[in-house]
Design a protein around this ligand. Sequence first.
Ligand code: NAG
Ligand code: NAG
Ligand code: NAG
Ligand code: NAG
Ligand code: NAG
Ligand code: NAG
Ligand code: NAG
Length: 663
Amino acid sequence: MDNRNRAMIVVFLLCATAETAAEGRSLDVCASCHFDATCNDLPYGSGKMCNCKYGFIGNGRTFCVDKDECQLRGICGPYSTCHNTRGSYYCTCLAGYSPSNNKDTFIPNDGTYCQDVDECRITGQCGEGGQCRNLNGSFSCSCQLGYEIHDGVEPFNPHRDKASCKLVDCGQPASGEDTVLLSVTGTSYGSVAVFDCDEGFVWRSGDRSSVCGADGRWRRLSMVCEEISCEEPVFKAHANMLWDGTSHMGSVVLYQCEDGYHTRSRRNSSVCAESGLWEDVDLWCEEISCGPPLTLPHTNLLWDGSGAPGSVLLYECVDGFYQEAGNNMSTCLLSGQWGEVSVQCKAKCGPAPFLPKSEVVWHNMSVVIHRCVSGHHSWRGGNVSVCGSSGEWQTATLRCIEIKPPVSHLCVLKEKCLRWRAEKYEEDTEDYKVTYVGSRDFQRSFHDRRKQFVSSKADQLELCLNLLPVTNYSISITAVSSRFTASITTSTSLPVPPAPAVYYREFETPVPTLRLRRSANTLDPISLYQVFVLPVEGIVMFDCSSPASSNPKIKSSAEYITAQFDVRHVGTEMNFTVGDGLDYGGFFNAPLENGRNYYIMLRAVSQWKSALKSSCVLWAEVRGTSYVLRVSSLSAAALIGLVAFFMMCGYSSSWFFKRTCHS
Ligand SMILES: *[C@@H]1O[C@H](CO)[C@@H](O)[C@H](O)[C@H]1NC(C)=O
Ligand SMILES: *[C@@H]1O[C@H](CO)[C@@H](O)[C@H](O)[C@H]1NC(C)=O
Ligand SMILES: *[C@@H]1O[C@H](CO)[C@@H](O)[C@H](O)[C@H]1NC(C)=O
Ligand SMILES: *[C@@H]1O[C@H](CO)[C@@H](O)[C@H](O)[C@H]1NC(C)=O
Ligand SMILES: *[C@@H]1O[C@H](CO)[C@@H](O)[C@H](O)[C@H]1NC(C)=O
Ligand SMILES: *[C@@H]1O[C@H](CO)[C@@H](O)[C@H](O)[C@H]1NC(C)=O
Ligand SMILES: *[C@@H]1O[C@H](CO)[C@@H](O)[C@H](O)[C@H]1NC(C)=O
């Protein structure tokens, strides 16, 4: 129920109430009013009257019927539709129009009317590429530039027609005569295709590009291309031309030298170039001639002097040479060069060279192999002689030398030293092992066995050994590299025996006890001590080397031996009392005479076979109590004598040597 209907119902209720209230007073006109009427006062209080309401027509009492406003033509204005309602009406607009009050419906009494709707305000109304045009109550579409109508005709209405706008497509541009497509930006309206002249053609006039038009077609290409063409090819002296007669770009002409002519040029063809010119060919056909022939060492050339192709050269070895290998013939080739020759001439060196103490094992004309004769050898050096290019033998370096033992000329030098010659190669170092064994007939238990090593580069060696005295040594030297051993014997001589340390004293008693100290020595088995008594009378002379075995009983005034000891029986210390009257080693220790002065000497003696060595020391001085002369003031002469003696002790007896060195 709309608002108007609701208002009418309210009016009706009010009237019903008014009628009820008036009933008691008089017959109420108003009560007889039609439902769709109102009760109005008449003018001047003349009563009341029923009138049909607005929108109704009737007498107000028995009938009020709806008035159809739409029957009044044009009530809603142009482009509208009128809609009647009970007691009223309203208007709507035709399609393509809308009420100017911006509502769906209107009643024209407020000035509202139907106005055209601009459908083109909504974008995309005509689809992609469509151009919208507004019409009274409608719109139409056409296609924009670059688009064309599809499935229909223009103008069209997309709500009504199937038609639509489609992008113009010119398709792939076609290249025209003598042109090639270089690039194209696309196939739609406005795309640009660029062309170039076909190969062998050159641009003359016109535009090189074409554009895709709105009609879907490429603009006609105005470009004009003209074919490239060269003139007649150039003539070359002494050359034949091979040419097919065409002169377009890329056409080739080939040049060939005539027979007997050749060229050093690598290129012998010319091509018609883009410039419309034949390429320049630097071609000279020259007469073929092989130049002067090669000279080869040690050869003579046999040649008729012609350098024409086919001419022949022959090389022969000169006198004194022979052809060892290779090809000795050469022909002049079409290339203008002599064919390869490789002849090798070798000198004839004559008979094999001679090397002292050698023999030839094998030989041919150029090689000789030598060998040392037996009993000779070569340390190093080549054993091959080769015939040199000069015609002389390059003789082998072999040097044949007699085979000798690695150790030779072994001899003894100065009793304790060895000398020998080494047999070895130049700077080589030889190692030697020297072993020596010493023995003594007088001392069976004695064995001196020792070893020593020597390394040397020397050709002659000397080696001194620490040999003990009075010993027979057997010495061997082994050259380690060859295990060769040479042997020799030597005997060492008897030396002066070592004197014991005596405690020198002066006594005033006729029975003095004397002391000595000594150290053991390897000469002990052949040594003895002798105690001498020298009575002091005038000048005393004492010869330490004299045998002095005189019997004291015979020579009472002269010196005598009073005691003798085998050294082996003397300890490291000994006390001896002179004049005790006892027998020592076969000598009588005679009592000393009172009142006489004596010197006591100690002599050490070593003796082996015919050799004898001795040394002496003054042991004591004995003063007789009755004697006035003091020994200390005795005489310088006595002491001089002693000194003289000691000098005499330096002599050595001769010994037999075996193979002593002779310089
Ligand atoms: C639309 O109607 C108006 C008024 O009636 C008129 O002036 C106008 O020319 C019409 N337009 C078209 C496109 O018919
Ligand atoms: C000339 O050149 C062509 C190709 O460049 C080659 O085939 C031909 O052998 C050449 N001719 C002569 C005679 O050198
Ligand atoms: C050339 O060499 C051949 C063997 O290769 C030989 O027989 C001929 O004698 C040689 N000619 C001369 C001239 O040396
Ligand atoms: C001689 O012999 C050597 C070595 O075998 C060899 O190289 C050479 O060619 C030979 N010489 C001759 C002329 O036979
Ligand atoms: C020649 O010397 C080589 C090496 O130096 C050796 O091998 C060869 O046996 C020697 N030939 C003769 C015959 O001595
Ligand atoms: C050394 O040898 C010789 C000969 O065999 C011999 O007479 C001598 O007594 C020996 N000498 C030693 C000190 O053994
Ligand atoms: C030698 O005599 C001294 C004293 O005069 C004594 O001390 C020593 O032991 C003695 N030596 C021997 C070997 O009798």
